[in-house]
Design a protein around this ligand. Structure first.
Ligand SMILES: Nc1ncnc2c1ncn2[C@@H]1O[C@H](COP(=O)(O)OP(=O)(O)OP(=O)(O)O)[C@@H](O)[C@H]1O
Ligand SMILES: [Mg+2]
Length: 391
């Protein structure tokens, strides 16, 4: 064991011993963390990768359009970890016409987007909530809205014992703290997050994530809220200008390693191994984001130039083209609305973009047609289809 990170409260139930883990408050002590040597180098590499992502995300003409797509991508991936099967296209279609094969699945993804937007509005407005337990509860409430999450007590800190793995606390892989300890543990996590600690902020975020998962304050949705916390804190502390750091893809790709690293913090006090894994995921995610931003930037620039030079170019279509990154699927009605034009003008603009191979019709229907900027969605959707984990 490297260090002690908590203690167990044990009791007997039905002839079995149950051991609920109560973590010590952050930061790690005895020994304290030292961010030097290999870990220091990795931290620097991660900060450099974040710097490149920052540059790439401001390179695009409007930060909003990267934000639009990227947030949806993360929402899809994070929800897929939980078992949701919606694709990026399902989500974009649903936002357009409220129709989906599996409404419950898509609702879960849309809830994630809504929860993220809510939290960002709060923390970026002068009278809003900072990142604190109340904000986290409100985020959870939004995340769990709808039929599936209802019995999971949306927005409420649990008042019963939960467990991870196994069929009951007695045979579980991990039993989080007993409910009576949860409010105090959350308060202490809150306090530490806002304390002036000597640790680098990116490291603090990684520690906070584990502590949050170990407390496991909700009956469900702890993974999703804990991953959102990472994204929100990187923006809150201005490591990035927007909510662009998403670890869901990495945690999903390396799921077994992720769980192992979480376990090792509790059982071995091995914060270093966790940080090593977490920083690797941060690097992977930042590089993925940088490459996505560059590809999108290039695609939009190339298409804009080709379209402007083509025989199909006209003003309404050019204006519509500029809106596509934030609205990668459209209908004639939607186009009329965003361009403030008549439906025939909208239809004509769409047709020009179809002829130029920028938009494609995706329903095969004659009415209520939907047009997608498919190449754009393809770049954005890379890696969002369910993929097997590494081990
Ligand atoms: N051994 C462990 N120790 C601490 N936390 C763990 C452990 N195993 C899993 N977890 C955390 O619990 C989360 C799952 O909890 P929960 O089901 O409440 O969240 P979710 O959002 O519904 O699920 P998911 O994270 O799978 O999308 C995992 O994402 C992980 O962060
Ligand atoms: Mg769950």
């Amino acid at each position: 064991m490297i260090r002690k990170t908590g203690s167990y409260k044990t009791w007997k139930a039905g002839g079995e011993t149950i051991e609920a883990f109560i973590p010590l408050p952050l930061p790690p002590r005895n020994p304290t963390l030292s961010i030097d040597g290999k870990l220091g180098e990795k931290h620097q590499a991660a900060m450099a990768a974040l710097g490149r992502l920052q540059t790439a995300s401001t390179m695009v003409p409007s930060p909003n359009w990267f934000l639009y797509g990227y947030v949806r991508k993360e929402a899809v991936v994070s929800s897929q970890i939980e078992g949701t099967e919606s694709t990026l296209e399902d989500v974009v279609v649903f936002e357009l016409n409220r129709q989906a094969k599996d409404v419950a699945d898509v609702t879960e993804v849309c809830n994630y987007i809504d929860a993220l937007n809510y939290a960002r509005d709060q923390m970026n407005s002068p009278n809003g909530l900072p990142i604190c337990t109340r904000l986290i509860c409100n985020v959870h409430e939004r995340l769990m809205r709808g039929s599936r999450g209802q019995e999971k007590q949306p927005g409420r800190i649990r008042t019963s014992q939960n467990w991870i793995g196994g069929t009951r606390p007695g045979n579980a892989k991990f039993v989080p703290p007993p409910p009576e300890s949860v409010p105090e543990l959350l308060a202490s996590l809150d306090k530490w997050i806002h304390s002036s600690d000597q640790l680098p902020l990116l490291i603090k975020i990684g520690l906070a994530h584990v502590q949050f998962e170990t407390i496991h304050p909700f009956l469900d949705g702890n993974g999703r809220v804990g991953r959102l916390l990472i994204t929100l804190l990187t923006e809150f502390w201005k490591l990035l200008d927007g909510p662009f750091l998403y670890l869901s893809l990495g945690f999903k790709r390396h799921r077994q390693e992720y769980y192992r690293a979480l376990d090792a913090v509790r059982t071995e006090g091995d914060w270093e191994a966790w940080l090593d894994f977490y920083l690797d995921c941060a690097i992977e995610s930042a590089e993925d984001g940088t490459s996505t931003a560059k590809q999108l930037f290039k695609l939009v620039n190339d298409d804009r130039r080709k379209f402007a030079e083509s025989e199909h170019a006209n003003l309404a279509a050019m204006r519509l083209f500029e809106r596509l990154p934030e609205q990668p699927m459209i209908t004639a009605l939607k186009t009329a609305e965003i361009l403030h034009c008549t439906k025939p003008t909208a239809t004509k603009a769409i047709e020009s973009l179809v002829k130029a191979d920028i938009l494609v019709e995706i329903t095969g229907r004659l009415r209520d047609r939907i047009y997608a900027y498919r190449k754009y969605l393809d770049v954005l959707g890379q890696d969002t289809l369910p993929i097997a984990s590494d081990s």
